[in-house]
Design a protein around this ligand. Sequence first.
Ligand code: NGQ
Ligand code: ZN
Length: 458
Amino acid sequence: MSQPAAAASTAFHIGQALLPGGWARDVRLAVAGGMITQVQADCPARAGDERIAIALPGIPNLHSHAFQRGMAGLAEVNGQSADSFWTWREVMYRFLARLTPQDMLAIAAMAYVEMLETGFTRVGEFHYLHHDPDGAPYANPAEMAVALAAAAGETGIALTLLPVFYAHAGFGGQAPGAGQRRFITTPDGFARLREAAGRALGDLPDAVLGLAPHSLRAVTPDHLATLGAMAGEGPVHIHIAEQTREVEDCLAWSGQRPVEWLLDHAPVDARWCLVHATHMTEAETRALAATGAVAGLCPITEANLGDGLFPAQAFIAAGGRWGVGSDSNVLIDAAEELRWLEYGQRLAARGRNLFAAGPGGHTGAALLDGALAGGAQALGGQAALAVGAPADFVTLAADHPALACRQGAALADGWLFAAGRMGVDGVWRRGRRLVTAGRHHARGAVEARYRKALARLI
Ligand code: NGQ
Ligand code: ZN
């Protein structure tokens, strides 16, 4: 599965483009070695320029468990007792019981193809499926990370790999359960695994290595301190306050709520991404916003798992930064994540245009701005059509009826609210076209291999 060869140097002429300062017309983008070397607005096209109607930066997907794509839709059957996040997790543990590194490659490549097709160009892979089915490390402790890096390499998506440290089943250092044995490491074992994972990223272009304590349930305060020191300037991600039971258990353990405890006991700053942070008091919401950390919101998964609604309005009013992730990958669609982020708030608040920045502000434009800035920060990447950034961009289908006669910010509204994924035409990474007419160039081969893997697994 080879990718189209990179042109050494090339230029694009874009009718309407979303630049860091807003929508601009007749934008000429020069690209060399995959990076943007020049951006000029109100500039006529030159002979040889590739002509594009509408372009915007690729969207960062800040939270994914790629392997969960293989069980998408398989946990929508009512179980014996009241179904919940926790019964879904049992289904997920059973699904991964036999999964091999080859299966990981097959499923992750499928997920990454689907991400690219909907406009995600970088993925934050929150990676905790480390060991073999018996819980023993592979000969290369980062064997599964090698598979994820290969999936990113084959499909062309930019990868921020977040190896996960996981030690316990619940607050206060509870012994892990059988379903968690593939995740568990000692701090030393984790340091070796992460080093090997860094080597697996090898010459993957634009790859970033971070780390992730799985959750306050899975690590002790000592672990958290060790991991913080290990992280350096790289991204630090953690699941937090997703379920009300998790909040209650944290209160019982420490007398504090999860976000409150974390902000009191860890140096949370702009390196950090708090994934979900669904259940916060007003004081926690303001305090989290003040740290400069990113709230990692996964509206489709949070709805699917019955998590609850993030207090978006209060968080944004306090200047909080956020981005979106496809998390369980039950459905992979950049536009739909953003649409549901707004729709969840509308349904709860019985209002409209809640993310829009004041009178006259466009909701779609605000959703894109937030997800681009927060996602890039959380993943240690860049998501802007700007000099020095990789030439990663999405082109919209100018002939889609929902985009007819739209200009500037109204194109963002049209894509997110009215066209959805059918509004995506092409996707480009480092100046190379990976998706044409909504289809990734490697989809056929990736899908065939995915089907074979699933036939073994299911
Ligand atoms: C995960 N996913 O690690 O895949 C988690 C579920 C847990 C989400 N939180 C397991 N969406 O948190 O224990
Ligand atoms: Zn997650």
